[in-house]
Design a protein. Structure first.
Length: 521
């Protein structure tokens, strides 16, 4: 029987996991240092919440370009470049802070630079995970990553609270910079196997358009994004206002670090409890239960004024956060095939960023007007209402799998064709029993989503006015290369959808397929 720890038996995954934990400890030390430095520089709620927003906002703008780059570039070198960027930004902020030159807007600016690095890294990092472990170990690998991140959430804030009190926030920024070195070393030593392809490489803007086309037709991923946005825009209030909550109960940087550590410890406990919970509950049930518990913790945080009782409540909040967050991440991973994973996960991360960045600014402004306790209670009520409003958007639709990639043979042609020629019009002629026309058009409607997801810019189905039962499907793609990519983007689930549509064909020969390429003038 597979163990939750089996992925750690793989040397590359284990090395990256350890390096990531160390880097995450540095990141959480930075979070404590940045949050507390802003409290000392400008304690207005809107300014404190802007630190959280500056971390998440770049994801909103850069996730899709980052996802396209993750799918078309060598991910190892690309990830190394993002780590070096973040190392440089953290080191420079640390040196300026130690020199006494940092101000509130400088802190926000450098936090934004670190957010840029994280935004450019995250889609590639998420898309790389299936390369490190086999498919059957993907879920425990995701859980282990969550455990590592939340272990760092316990350790980092606890260390940072002591360091900030002894040496100031600048020291945490410098240590964060050093924490990126481990990942850089592991990536530099990774002998990533080349992935040869007979197809021309996708171009940057074309890759982004292909990602957007896919997500527009991917209902399973859209459901995940909707539910994630509905949760994060309200739940982020607890994180964004936590420095002010620590200040409200009369604590300092050490109290803030302790509260963050309690959230992290609860998240670790939640990650360890997930496998048995996942065996008994669907993702939808986990998210609904997690949202209800997290909302209750926000209300409790607004009412309590003692560190120990507040910390105990945040333990439950961390567990609920982890159950909800892991359910969203796993639902997103299992909703998309490998060829578009970086771009699709990047667009999913936009919903995460929109919720966290927008929520941080929103609840910072609300707290500035009505106070921190009232803002937390309002956010809790909003989270419950949003969960009720998105009840029907299921996260379990991608459970059945079927995303293994297949490859259709390339179309037969009379000679070589310039890959950049286009657009290309593909027609498929069907002969069906007219009595099954309604069921046939319903099956073709499902096939339309597959065609559009995989690259079609337009699609249509026509019936012959003079010959009942004769139907012609057409779809248009930008170029011959893009149509060849369609042949390599097909998954088992897509093949089953096409087979259901073709089952209505009653001709002696299979449906006739034609490829027509636009002539240049």
């Amino acid at each position: 029987m597979m163990s939750a720890w089996d992925p750690l038996k793989r040397p590359l995954f284990r090395a990256l996991w350890i390096a990531t934990v160390v880097s995450s400890i540095g990141t959480w030390m930075h979070e404590v240092g940045a949050g507390w430095l802003m409290v000392t520089l400008d304690p207005r709620p809107i300014m404190v919440s802007l630190v959280q927003a500056a971390t998440a906002l770049p994801i909103f703008f850069l996730a899709l370009p980052a996802g396209a780059l993750a799918d078309i570039l060598d991910r190892r070198r690309y990830l190394m470049a993002t780590q070096m960027w973040m190392l440089a930004a953290a080191a420079l902020l640390g040196l300026l802070t130690l020199a006494g030159l940092a101000n509130a807007w400088m802190l926000i600016g450098f936090t934004f630079m670190l957010g840029i690095g994280a935004a450019m890294m995250m889609p590639a990092w998420a898309a790389t995970l299936p390369e490190l472990v086999p498919r059957e170990e993907l879920q425990p690998a995701i859980a282990l990553n969550s455990i590592g991140i939340n272990l760092s959430r316990v350790i980092g804030p606890a260390i940072a609270g002591v360091i900030v009190a002894a040496a100031g926030p600048g020291a945490t920024f410098v240590l964060n910079a050093l924490s990126f070195l481990g990942i850089i070393v592991v990536l530099a030593r990774w002998q990533r196997a080349p992935r040869p392809s007979t197809l021309p490489a996708e171009r940057f803007f074309g890759a982004m358009r292909a990602g957007l086309r896919y997500v527009r037709q991917a209902r399973e991923l859209q459901a995940v994004m909707l539910r994630a946005l509905a949760f994060f825009v309200f739940a982020t209030a607890l994180w964004a206002l936590l420095p002010l909550t620590a200040q409200r109960i009369g604590g300092g940087a050490a109290a803030y670090g302790t509260l963050l550590a309690c959230l992290g410890a609860g998240a670790v406990a939640g990650a360890l409890a997930l496998p048995p919970l996942r065996a008994r509950c669907s993702r939808d049930q986990l998210v609904r239960g997690g949202t209800a518990i997290f909302a209750a913790v926000m209300i409790t945080s607004a009412l309590l004024d003692r560190l120990w009782s507040l910390g105990a409540a945040l333990l439950a909040g961390g567990a609920a956060w982890m159950a909800t967050l892991s359910s969203f991440h796993m639902a997103a991973q299992t909703a998309v095939p490998a060829w578009v994973r970086g771009r699709a996960l990047a667009i999913y991360l936009v919903s995460f960023a929109a919720g966290t960045a927008g929520g941080a600014v929103l609840w910072g402004a609300v707290a500035g007007r009505v106070g921190v306790p009232a803002a937390l209670i309002a956010a809790a009520v909003g989270a419950l209402l949003a969960a009720a409003a998105t009840w029907r958007a299921s996260l379990d639709a991608g459970e059945s799998g079927g995303l293994e990639r297949l490859a259709w043979p390339d179309p037969e042609t009379y000679g070589s064709i310039d890959p950049e020629r286009g657009p290309v019009l593909i027609t498929v002629e069907y002969r069906i029993d007219p009595r099954g026309a309604r069921d046939f058009t319903a099956a073709m409607s499902a096939l339309e989503r597959v065609r559009r997801r995989d690259g079609a810019t337009s699609w249509g189905l026509f019936s012959d006015a003079a010959e009942p039962g004769r139907y012609v499907e057409f779809f248009l793609v930008d170029s011959w290369a893009e149509h060849l990519r369609q042949h390599h983007r097909i998954t088992q689930a897509d093949e089953e959808i096409q087979s259901r549509a073709r089952a209505f064909h009653v001709g002696a020969e299979p449906p006739r397929v034609s490829h027509l390429i636009a002539e240049t003038r």
